[in-house]
Design a protein around this ligand. Structure first.
Ligand code: GLP
Length: 247
């Protein structure tokens, strides 16, 4: 550690929080991803804190996803999180823009009768045929998200006749069906991975995830309703905030 940061015992800011800020600075400016941070014992000695205070700071950063622990080995710097794009981009485009290689594993595809809920999202009648495509999305081979897309079968009848391994749905829609998505909406909420999804995403059961529901259209036609599960340890939400004077 090269920075001469110290804990101010007279500050109203709790000591564990001051140590958290010092560690955050190190994580962001000095330590590479996957390198160890000093042990709680070392931190306590270096900053004149109790072990408990050092542990509290480290635990905070673990729960924020900035550090991760490996049993018996120590605590390491986690990868920075990826911003969920708030635009109508595809996973493929987004990963390529970040210099990562997008991937997709085909977990299943079938045509089913739309449930009332799915029919409502796609503007169909319950029972109308919808194609369901389930994929595990990867970035540089690492599992990032599960996506369950529903598309009206009448719009793209032969969509399931291909493998979806490492394919971009939006590219296939554009290239082979002339469907260019031009509008969408998205809901993002917190969730917990069930054991099936956790296994596929390489997470411990009960881990936090982000649940996304997206609907998109091409002109007047509703094209896709997708329910996605994104790893909360790898993704975060960033939004720009406008000050609006109008109600
Ligand atoms: C994002 C969206 C999904 C969409 C997918 C298409 O991941 N969250 O709703 O289905 O992009 O991506 P691609 O064209 O790479 O298959």
């Amino acid at each position: 550690m090269t920075r001469a940061a110290t804990i101010d015992a007279r500050s109203p800011v709790p000591k564990y929080y001051q140590l958290r800020e010092i560690l955050l600075d190190l994580i962001e400016h000095e330590l590479a991803v996957d390198t160890p941070v000093p042990s709680e014992r070392e931190l306590a000695a270096r900053y004149g804190l109790s072990r408990m205070t050092a542990r509290q700071a480290v635990e905070h950063l673990v729960s924020e996803g900035r550090l991760y622990r490996v049993q018996g080995k120590g605590t390491f710097v986690a990868q920075p999180k990826i911003d969920i794009p708030l635009r109508l981009t595809s996973f493929t485009e987004d990963m390529r823009a970040r210099g990562m290689t997008p991937g997709a594993a085909d977990l299943g595809r079938r045509t089913v009768a739309a449930s009332a809920a799915v029919a409502r999202e796609l503007g169909l009648a319950a029972g109308d045929p919808v194609h369901v495509i389930e994929r595990l999305r990867t970035a540089d081979g690492v599992p990032m998200a599960l996506e369950r897309s529903h598309l009206p079968a009448s719009l793209v009848p032969d969509l399931l006749e291909r493998s979806w391994r490492n394919q971009s749905l939006y590219e296939v829609l554009a290239r082979e069906h002339g469907i260019i998505l031009d509008r969408g909406d998205q809901v993002i909420e917190a969730g917990i991975a069930d054991s099936g999804d956790a296994g596929l995403l390489d997470l411990a059961p009960g881990s936090a995830v982000l649940l996304l529901q997206r609907r998109c259209w091409a002109g007047e036609a509703a094209v896709e309703y997708v329910v996605s599960t994104y790893r909360a340890d790898r993704y975060q939400l960033r939004a720009s905030l406008d000050v609006s004077l109008r109600a």
